[in-house]
Ligand binder design. Sequence first.
Ligand code: HEC
Ligand code: HEC
Length: 358
Amino acid sequence: MRMHLISSLAVAALAIVVSSCEKAAPPPTPAPPPVVAEVKKPILDEAQKKMFQALPDSFGTPTEAQVTLGRTLFHDTRLSAGHDISCNSCHTLTAYGVDGQPTSTGFKGQKGGRNSPTVFNAAGHASQFWDGRAGTVEDQAKGPVLNPIEMAIKDDKAAVEILRSIPGYLPLFTAAFPEEKVAITWDTYAKAVGAFERQLVTPSRFDAFAKGDDKALTEDEQKGALLFMSTGCMACHMGPLFGGNGFQKVGAVKPWPNLTDHGRKDLTKAEADDMMFKVPSLRNVEKTAPYFHDGQTATLDEAVKMMGRHQLGKELSDDETKSIIAFLKTLTGELPAALIAAPELPASGPRTPKPAKG
Ligand code: HEC
Ligand code: HEC
């Protein structure tokens, strides 16, 4: 209605200008309309903006040699029994660090019970895994290699033997850990993988906004941010990662539809931990479907509505859901090109084990 009024006024004004041009000779050049920069009132006020935090540049300061080694190890399939699976198989770096499956496929095609979370920004979480059973990315890196349904190497000794059998690894480990007496160990392996993951940070338009550039987000995106706050999402998804900092009961208000996995209770056996899962980060969530620990939900639309229903007791309308998603998409960051490129792997030596039959 208002737009309509403004445009009819503009047409009328134009008509006056045109008609005045017709009769006046010589016509005084009509002063051009002043160019007023459109001053938009920010949607989020200063106090609300202060609740948002930008990502750091990295989650640690490893050396370049450590990062290079970690990047190589991340892609090395010889750390799997069948020589067919690396970290990158389930956390494909060019696909935002996920495998796009409801639950991951490991050794001999075995299915795990949980959805693979992204490795991007994971180093910034207070703990690792859906149930937080590892503290840091370094602790975490030791898990999948020895997990019988993931990479299925017999034990840490066998894993270290594999690394020592590949001649090209010794100079890489020595450069990365010059102070260690024995360069290739299970700990230095984990440190290198962790060092690489600590660089996997994906700043987005949202970070420009959080750092003070009001124009970095559109009005609709800011409205979505406001709705994300006022609906109550930020009670759990907070901090620079919008999650990753604590555990919450899944189905806090309305029971979760899938009760096969009990989260932290399966780990601690404490009744209070029943259905407690780590609140996942929402960075890049647009790109990391399917959603939730069990990967039961294929679309972001459905995931947001389920959160409203089960965590907050609210039925979000299509419009509200769309608005929140407009905001969530601003968290889709830029993937660091140099880090996600596949590295050249050092050649196997004579002692390197052959792949087990899969
Ligand atoms: C067969 C698929 C598979 C492989 C191979 C694999 N992962 Fe994972 N990864 C997963 C799944 C599934 C989870 C979640 C498991 C859970 O929470 O119990 C996970 C969790 C993680 C997490 C925790 C992220 C978070 O948000 O809590 C990190 C970090 C990670 N993996 C890194 C690695 C690294 C490094 C390697 C290689 C050494 C690797 N993964 C190999 C499937 C895989
Ligand atoms: C009471 C705490 C809580 C509240 C409130 C909450 N969430 Fe969650 N959110 C979680 C937990 C815990 C999970 C992990 C659930 C699981 O995997 O089973 C999660 C998962 C998600 C996921 C899936 C992420 C992934 O990678 O699989 C999305 C998307 C999400 N939440 C968005 C929202 C939105 C939008 C809101 C507000 C409408 C919201 N959440 C409110 C705790 C909460």
